[in-house]
Write a protein that binds this ligand. Structure first.
Ligand code: ZN
Length: 339
């Protein structure tokens, strides 16, 4: 088959690779219904994070199981499944505690920007639907796999509660999903920090009540103004840069909580400042597996439409253009059609 390989920064190709096959008895092979490009794929694409040699790209996926290994018990060929970008056994102490992204047997999914993919630890990682979903549902179910699951975790980690005030730092796909999550979790006020008209519009659609276009000290001042000088009890940091973390710290009230899901690049903390600021923090790679059943239900019941975050759809053979469009910020997130 052909699949997406990143050879070097800026060099993504759709080219021939060996077909995926069962390597361990706990594996499954799925035929993807659709796949997509993640904001985190742009880190190696831009040369900000280093890679050793060609990499099989893609960790967001949903599709139909075509084959399972001999030790797979609950997942069956013919089922439609969604999995997390973190592979997990769903049985170890960390999974039992809800932190599947720290699974004792954990690894990161790869190779999903392709027509077929191998999913390790299939029973623990995949969640099946009762029936095959119809085509309109696919983008929404695909979004659950990472981008929504990650935005959801940002909101949960930031302790968004009914009636609370949440600030979302970052208007990329994850930030927009963070807005949707905060809205679903009942936040009374959701302030989205965004400078782009199209993203502001989507943020409003997902439930933002206020938009703040200013950044840095001006952004902090504006949010203080909107919150009677206090700041927000919940802050979702969805970027991972030093500036965005400073922004999150600056708009959070003492005793408030920051949920941070942007992979940190150039973020550091001053111990003294952290001590006196009295902010609570939880972050990391999202334990999406914890949220999958609930989020898939919300999608299938029509309560949420996270797939609206895909504003560019391309055939997978044009994956290189999908990366370029996201790199140049012409697209928020690219969905890749798989034939
Ligand atoms: Zn585990």
């Amino acid at each position: 088959m052909k699949a997406t390989i990143m050879h070097a920064p800026g060099d993504v190709r759709y080219e021939s690779v060996p077909d995926p096959r069962i390597e361990r008895p706990t594996d499954a092979i799925i035929k993807l219904s659709a796949t997509c490009i993640c904001g985190s794929d742009l880190w190696p694409y831009r040369g900000i994070s280093k890679q050793d040699g060609p990499a099989h790209m893609g960790h967001e996926y949903c599709g139909v199981v075509v084959e399972v290994g001999s030790a797979v018990k609950t997942i069956k060929p013919g089922q439609f499944v969604v999995g997390s970008f973190c592979i997990s056994d769903n049985t170890c102490p960390h999974c039992a505690f809800g932190f599947h992204s720290s699974c004792a047997q954990g690894e990161f999914m790869s190779g999903a920007q392709a027509p077929y993919a191998r999913v390790p630890l299939a029973d623990g990682t995949l969640v099946a639907t009762a029936e095959l979903p119809n085509a309109e549902m696919i983008p929404h179910l695909l979004a659950v796999s990472d981008v929504l699951g990650t935005g959801w975790y940002a909101a949960v980690a930031a302790q968004v509660r009914p009636g609370s005030t949440a600030v979302v730092v970052g208007d990329g796909a994850v930030g927009l999903m963070g807005v949707l999550a905060a809205s679903q979790l009942g936040a009374g006020r959701i302030i989205a920090m965004s400078r782009h008209a199209s993203r502001q519009k989507l943020a409003r659609e997902f439930g933002a009540t206020d938009i703040v276009a200013e950044r840095g000290d001006e952004g902090i001042a504006r949010i203080k103004e909107l919150t009677d000088g206090v700041g927000a009890e919940s802050v979702l940091e969805c970027v991972g840069m030093g500036e965005s973390m400073d922004q999150a710290m600056g708009v959070c009230r003492p005793g408030g909580t920051i949920g941070y899901v942007g992979v940190p690049h150039g973020v550091s903390f001053d111990g003294q400042k952290l001590f006196f600021s009295q902010r609570r923090m939880l972050g990391g790679p999202a334990p999406v597996r914890r949220f999958l059943p609930d989020l898939m239900d919300r999608v299938l019941q029509g309560a949420i439409q996270p797939g609206k975050v895909f504003d560019l759809v391309l055939p997978i053979a044009e994956v290189a253009e999908g990366y370029k469009a996201m790199d140049e910020r012409r697209a928020i997130k690219t969905l890749l059609r798989v034939e």
